[in-house]
Each structure stands twice: as structure tokens, then as C-alpha cells.
Design a protein around this ligand. Structure first.
Ligand SMILES: NC(=O)c1ccc[n+]([C@@H]2O[C@H](COP(=O)([O-])OP(=O)(O)OC[C@H]3O[C@@H](n4cnc5c(N)ncnc54)[C@H](O)[C@@H]3O)[C@@H](O)[C@H]2O)c1
Length: 345
């Protein structure tokens, strides 16, 4: 099988700790180049992962290399310009979450990608876990009935990332856009992607730059950033055209027990992740069925899914239109919180 050729844009933490280790193991794809504004970082990553060429920006890489697609692993603010440059060069795109810092940028990306006719997949790995895929299949087969209610959370007690994440200029926002995107995206996907119509949400800026010791925090490679102007928690409700609702709660810092789950409730049964448990009835008794799956590396599943789509033309499970719709929900959350009222999406 001829290998697909990828250029990695961004040589930071997610590239080095999640994507590149997957590429190193796969036989169906070859990393031909890497680019980072910090050229030394790109060169170090190239050396460590045996990548032939390192560049300082996406334009140089696109001009010099024959590639099939770019894998975008840069700050949130850079997703749009990098994706638009790649689309203009006719390259397919795998893009880290969130799609963009705001809806305006996401729509610019959408226009450029549609014009170029290239493939786009949003990298939302929690959709690609074996448990989420199994639950989605059960929903599609009607085992849960109609989904009319969902609830999701990604609550950290003290887990604010260190670096550009807390600088709205670079990130677009705090836990809503950083980890809310994971749980809201997965829950909406598992609800069957109903059309969002209204959001009511609040954001809090209460705990800020804490000094708590003994807690784990994701540290961006660009960690010497001093701006700290993002929210530290948020909660709200999203209403959908089919009458369904989703409650959500997210935080980087909140005086509450940490939790991370998706719950969807249908007319026949409900389900929670993780672990995958189905709440149903059997012989007129309530049942709690725990399904056991193998749990392969979700980044490998995600990248493998994209490669398969490029080879076969099969649609991806997290396409461009989903990226834009999720961005509409995130934007609605921020708009509602800022205006202090429910907003239409
Ligand atoms: N899927 C997940 O679970 C997950 C986890 C962490 C981060 N992420 C996402 O990955 C992305 C990167 O996060 P990170 O933690 O690796 O950050 P990082 O700071 O470690 O790395 C980002 C790199 O991008 C480079 N960069 C920024 N803009 C650029 C541009 N236009 N051209 C070239 N290089 C540019 C920076 O120099 C830096 O080296 C973010 O979008 C983040 O949301 C996803």
C-alpha cells in the first residue's frame, strides 16, 4: 500500500505526545515534514521522530513538499490561517479541536475548504473511542429509542492548563472552548446531531491564576505566557430543534469533585460513558448493563479513520459541518453568558 504523506503544522505538546507517536507506529502514512514558528522546536521534533524536513511556517512547507494532507496542531488562533493556506494549496486537513477561536473564523475556514473541495476532519478523539462508537451504533439501531435529554460534564477541580490556553487572544476562551468542546461535541454526536437552536449559559471568572500545589496541569510548550483572562468554569443548557435538551458543566477550576461523563436518555433506554452502561428494562425490571470493549488508543483510532477516508472516499464521522455546528454552540455559550440571557443559535 502506498503511504499517504502528511505535513505536521505545530511541533508542540499535542503533536509530540499524541499525534507523532501514532504516526511513528503506523505503516500506511509517512510524516514528510513538520513546521513550527519556533524553528528550533520543529527541528528538535524532526530529529526525535525521524522527520526529513523542518520549516518555520506552513507556507514554506506547502511550497517545498508534496503532501496529501496537513495535520494542524497549532494554537487555536492559528487553526484558521493554517487551514485556509492548506485548502488554497489543495491539501486535505486534519485539524485539532476546537475548529477555531470563534464562529467567524470557523465560517472563513468552511468557505475556503468548500471552495477548494478538500477533505476536512475535526480531531475530536473522544468520538472515536470504542465505547462511543459502540453506543453510537446502538443509538442508530434504535436500541435507545428517541433521545430527548442529555447531560455532560468535564469538571476539573484545579486543572487549568499552563501557557497560551489562558490568553483569549490565542485560545479564544477557557474551559468552554478547550474541554467543553470535547464533552459537548461527543454528547451532541451521540444524541444523533440534532440541530441546536437556543443556548442559555453562564461563565465564571472566580478562581483565576491559583497557586494550589500538588495538582497536575497540562503545560503547553509555549508556557511563558502571562495573560490570564479566560473563564474558569461554565454551565448551561442547549435546546435542539427536535425538542431535546443538553445540560453541560465544564471547568478548569471549581470547588467541586472532578467528573467527566456523557449521559444520554432515550424513550427506550439511557446510557452513560465512561464506562459504557445501558440503563434499560428487562422482564419488567430495571437493568444496568455494563458493556466491555477493548479500548485502543483514541488518537490512533482518529488518525486511522481519517486515513481510511482519504483512501476510500468514505465520509468522516467528524466532518466540516459538524465542526461548524459545534462552533455555533460554543459561540452561543459565550454570547449568552456575555449578554446574560438566552440566545438563538
Ligand atoms: N485532542 C486533545 O485532547 C488535545 C489536547 C491538548 C491540546 N489540543 C489542541 O492542540 C493544539 C495545540 O496545543 P498544544 O498543547 O500542543 O500547544 P503547544 O503550545 O504545546 O504547541 C503549539 C505550537 O504551535 C506553534 N504555532 C502556533 N501558531 C503557529 C503557526 N501559525 N504556524 C506554525 N506554528 C505555530 C507554537 O509555536 C507551538 O510550538 C490546540 O489547538 C489544542 O486545543 C488537543
Amino acid at each position: 500500500m502506498e503511504k499517504l504523506r502528511v505535513g505536521i503544522i505545530g511541533a508542540g505538546n499535542i503533536a509530540q505526545n499524541a499525534h507523532l507517536p501514532v504516526y511513528q507506529e503506523r505503516k500506511d502514512v509517512e510524516v514528510v515534514a513538520i513546521a513550527d514558528w519556533n524553528l528550533e522546536r520543529a527541528q528538535e521534533a524532526a530529529k526525535k521522530f525521524h522527520i526529513p524536513h523542518a520549516y518555520q511556517n506552513v507556507e514554506e512547507l506547502l511550497a517545498a513538499e508534496e503532501i496529501d494532507y496537513v495535520d494542524i496542531c497549532v494554537w487555536n488562533r492559528s487553526h484558521a490561517p493554517v487551514a485556509i493556506a492548506a485548502a488554497k494549496a489543495g491539501k486535505h486537513i486534519l485539524c485539532e479541536k476546537p475548529m477555531a477561536i470563534d464562529l467567524e473564523d470557523a465560517l472563513k475556514m468552511e468557505a475556503a475548504i468548500r471552495k477548494a473541495g478538500v477533505q476536512f476532519m475535526l480531531a475530536v478523539p473522544t468520538r472515536y473511542s470504542a465505547e462511543a462508537q459502540l453506543l453510537n451504533q446502538m443509538r442508530k439501531e434504535g436500541k435507545l429509542g428517541d433521545i430527548y435529554y442529555a447531560k455532560t460534564a468535564n469538571v476539573r477541580r484545579r486543572g487549568t492548563p499552563i501557557g497560551w490556553f489562558t490568553d483569549t487572544q490565542k485560545s479564544g476562551g477557557g474551559p468552554v472552548i478547550d474541554i467543553g468542546v470535547h464533552c459537548i461535541d461527543r454528547t451532541w454526536y451521540l444524541m444523533g446531531r440534532p440541530r441546536p437552536v437556543r443556548v442559555s449559559a453562564s461563565t465564571a471568572y472566580q478562581i483565576g491564576n491559583f497557586k494550589t500545589k500538588g495538582v497536575n496541569r497540562w503545560t503547553a510548550m509555549d508556557s511563558d505566557v502571562t495573560a490570564f483572562d479566560t473563564e474558569d468554569s461554565a454551565a448551561g443548557v442547549i435546546h435542539f430543534e427536535n425538542g431535546a435538551t443538553m445540560l453541560f458543566e465544564v471547568s478548569w477550576a471549581l470547588n467541586a469533585p472532578p467528573t467527566e461523563y456523557t449521559q444520554i436518555c432515550g424513550t427506550k433506554a439511557g446510557a452513560t460513558l465512561n464506562p459504557l452502561t445501558i440503563y434499560g428494562e428487562d422482564m419488567d425490571y430495571l437493568t444496568d448493563n455494563r458493556l466491555t470493549t477493548l479500548n485502543p488508543n483514541i488518537f490512533d483510532e482518529e488518525i486511522g479513520h481519517f486515513l481510511n477516508s482519504l483512501r476510500t472516499g468514505a465520509p468522516v464521522e467528524s466532518p466540516l459541518e459538524d465542526g461548524v455546528t459545534v462552533q455555533r454552540m460554543l459561540q452561543g455559550i459565550y454570547d449568552s453568558a456575555r449578554l446574560g440571557r438566552e440566545v438563538e443559535i
